[in-house]
Design a protein around this ligand. Structure first.
Ligand code: ATP
Length: 372
């Protein structure tokens, strides 16, 4: 169980800055996820922590210990990769015992610790089998047992569930989280899957182009995205161009105009001019009649039925198509394609960014994570 600190860490490949000034701390026992699209630098940062790469700039500390010059095998890390990286010709037991043998642990203790680890991943009954005839999920459990059996101070996982089917991924992520809590082991987890990140993490760092965009809890990152990139990457969002007027000194509110409607919002700071309203599809109400004058008319272009929810693409004209989601809709209440509808964007539940999508001008609940 260890605290990990990054002090202005940067890693280059030629002219590419794969990790750009990482500067944050991961707490003891925390499940911390590096999340971002392909090429954003997740794996490079993880490999730098493991000591496979040496950063050109900055310092990494494990607890109070500066590890810049410490080789991988002396960092006391357990690692799990996407491709399992287990030995196909060795039995499950031998695979898990491997790291302990290398550390010259006695035979009796190896037996006890391997069985303990196999019990944690529910594989004791397969101890004498070879992994080559086992399923992907079972192979990943072996890899997990092998990582934890050495009692590492830090567990690193790089897309460990990517090769598994959707159902198994959900089961495994729950199991990994449970095990991590039981062992109370600091864990750094890499994924490009936002749902997975939201499901397992204590905190998430969203990365883009090597830069940390935001670090926050799953709820905070969903409800208070710091910029357009985060709002777009975590969950779906519609971005609608709008115009912001001057703040009224009496009310403290500024008028925001879009698609012919006008509504007042209490902004964090003045932001006169063009801006971007970010509205989650599930926050929009869709009506078939104009029940109030703040609704925006549109036409349904596509209807996608997804079982527990239905997704509509609604054309508002002016090349603006909005995604709207409704949950638990009875089939007889489905709206059909080409039907005229009216959208309540509920702007007071949305997030308003400046024109570049870099800064938050408004969020329903004033919150430090969106503002700091
Ligand atoms: P993915 O999800 O696709 O694995 P990632 O977020 O893990 O992506 P990285 O693999 O860390 O991203 O890559 C970050 C950047 O560094 C990319 O531009 C990549 O092309 C570059 N890069 C990574 N490894 C190397 C390398 N060994 N040599 C040169 N460039 C590299």
């Amino acid at each position: 169980m260890q605290k990990i600190t990054f002090e202005h860490v940067s890693k280059y490949f030629g002219t590419v800055k794969a990790v750009n000034d990482a500067h944050f701390t991961i707490q003891e026992g925390e499940f911390f996820t590096l999340l971002g699209p392909s090429g954003c630098g997740k794996t490079t940062l993880l490999r730098t922590i493991a000591g496979f790469y040496r950063q050109e700039e900055g310092n990494i500390y494990f607890g109070d210990r500066l590890v810049n010059e410490v080789p991988t095998h002396e960092r006391n890390i357990g690692m799990v990769f996407q491709n399992y990286a287990i030995f196909p010709h060795m039995t499950v037991f031998e695979n898990v015992a491997y790291g302990l043998k290398a550390r010259k642990v006695g035979k009796k203790e190896i037996e006890q610790r391997v069985m303990e680890a196999l019990e944690m991943v529910e594989l004791t009954h397969l101890r004498d089998r070879v992994p080559s005839d086992m399923s992907g999920g079972q192979q990943q459990r072996i890899a997990l047992a092998r990582a934890i059996v050495i009692r590492p101070g830090l567990l690193l996982m790089d897309e460990p569930l990517s090769n598994l089917d959707a159902k198994l991924r959900i089961k495994m992520r729950t199991d990994i989280r449970k095990l991590q809590k039981e062992l109370n082991i600091t864990t750094i987890y890499v994924t490009h899957d936002q749902e997975e990140a939201l499901a397992v993490s204590d905190r998430i760092a969203v990365l883009s182009d090597g830069c940390v965009q935001q670090i926050a809890s799953p709820h905070e990152i969903y409800a208070y995205p710091r910029n357009q990139f985060v709002a777009n990457f975590i969950g779906a969002s519609n971005f609608i161009d709008c115009r912001v007027g001057a703040i009224d000194p009496l009310t403290g509110e500024a008028p925001v105009e879009l698609h012919g409607i006008r509504f007042p919002l209490k902004l964090f700071r003045p932001g006169e001019g063009q801006a971007l309203l970010s509205v989650r599809p599930e926050k929009i109400r869709i009506e078939t009649g104009q029940t109030k004058d703040t609704l925006i008319p549109g036409v349904v272009r596509t209807v996608t039925y997804l079982g527990d929810k239905v997704s509509y693409s609604v054309d508002l004209g002016g090349q603006q198509v909005i995604e709207v989601q409704q949950h638990a809709v009875e089939p007889e209440h489905l709206i059909s394609e080409k039907q005229k509808v009216y959208l309540d964007l509920q702007p007071n539940k949305a997030v308003l960014f400046d024109q570049e999508g870099k800064e938050v001008l408004y969020n329903a609940t004033a919150h430090h994570s969106a503002r700091s």
